[in-house]
Design a protein around this ligand. Structure first.
Ligand SMILES: C[S@@+](CC[C@H](N)C(=O)[O-])C[C@H]1O[C@@H](n2cnc3c(N)ncnc32)[C@H](O)[C@@H]1O
Length: 236
């Protein structure tokens, strides 16, 4: 929680080049209200990237169950979930500046304090900032489907990344994925089934847990006639 301005393009995407990323950095339009939310709330709720372990209990000021959310978009579902589960704390990561501003703005409007926000590549945060066994849950909702065959390699939910993610989860912790892209849903199920330390909570796709509200992407998918699939596995 230092002075770095998250609205600048000072992103690790440039400083730590990696060949294949799960996102494309878009400039995006930042509204005045989103920018104001960053200017005023980042010192309290923003977490700057550092290539060193983060003390999550210190970060939230309490010893609680921690949930990591990767790719929160505009943060609408994030805030709703944090309200529904006030006893848990949420580390929410995205690379998209206006979304960061929007999430902070919603937190203020809804008086939600159990979220900390990062603007960075979540892959690097997982690699460098999270201690093993530090998470009670992981949420990845409607990750970019990268539906063209030649772009499939950019998908976040692939075995090498999940292999990096799983040690961060404590025993009994869960990973919850959701998508409206059927072929990605199949991939999600396949990838998670490939880890013997994970147990599916359902025969295949899970009923949507009560804490997850419908997101903008989900509503759009449903309008287009897509289904929505939730995948929830627990660490043995
Ligand atoms: C399709 S949007 C879904 C947003 C939100 N979960 C929802 O359901 O509305 C995917 C989001 O993931 C973010 N994202 C993709 N790869 C990421 C990464 N490696 N680290 C952080 N955020 C990422 C994108 O910037 C984008 O906001």
């Amino acid at each position: 929680m230092t002075e770095q301005n998250p609205s600048s393009e000072n992103s690790a995407a440039e400083t730590h080049p990696r060949s294949i990323r799960s996102f494309v950095l878009r400039q995006g339009h930042m509204t005045a209200a989103q920018q104001r939310a960053i200017d005023t709330l980042w010192p309290d709720f923003g977490v700057d990237y550092q290539a060193a372990p983060l003390d999550l209990n210190a970060c939230f000021g309490r010893d609680s169950d921690k949930v990591l959310e990767i790719g929160f978009g505009m943060g609408v579902a994030t805030v709703e979930i944090a309200k529904r589960l006030p006893q848990k704390d949420f580390l929410a990561i995205d690379v998209h500046g206006p979304g960061v501003g929007n999430l902070l703005k919603l937190m203020e409007e809804e008086n939600v304090n159990n979220i900390r926000v990062m603007r960075h590549d979540a892959v690097e945060v997982v690699e460098n900032m999270l201690a093993d066994g530090s998470l009670g849950g992981i949420h990845i909702f409607f990750p970019d489907p990268w539906h063209k065959k030649r772009h499939n390699k950019r998908r976040l939910v692939q075995a090498p990344f999940i292999a990096k993610l799983l040690p961060k989860l404590k025993t009994g912790g869960y990973i919850h994925l959701a998508t409206d892209w059927e072929e990605y849903a199949v991939q999600m199920l396949d990838v998670l089934r490939g880890f013997e330390q994970l147990q599916n909570t359902a025969a295949d796709y899970a009923p949507t847990p009560a804490y997850r509200p419908e997101t903008k992407f989900e509503a759009r998918g449903k309008r287009l006639g897509h289904g929505v699939w939730d995948v929830v596995f627990v660490k043995k």
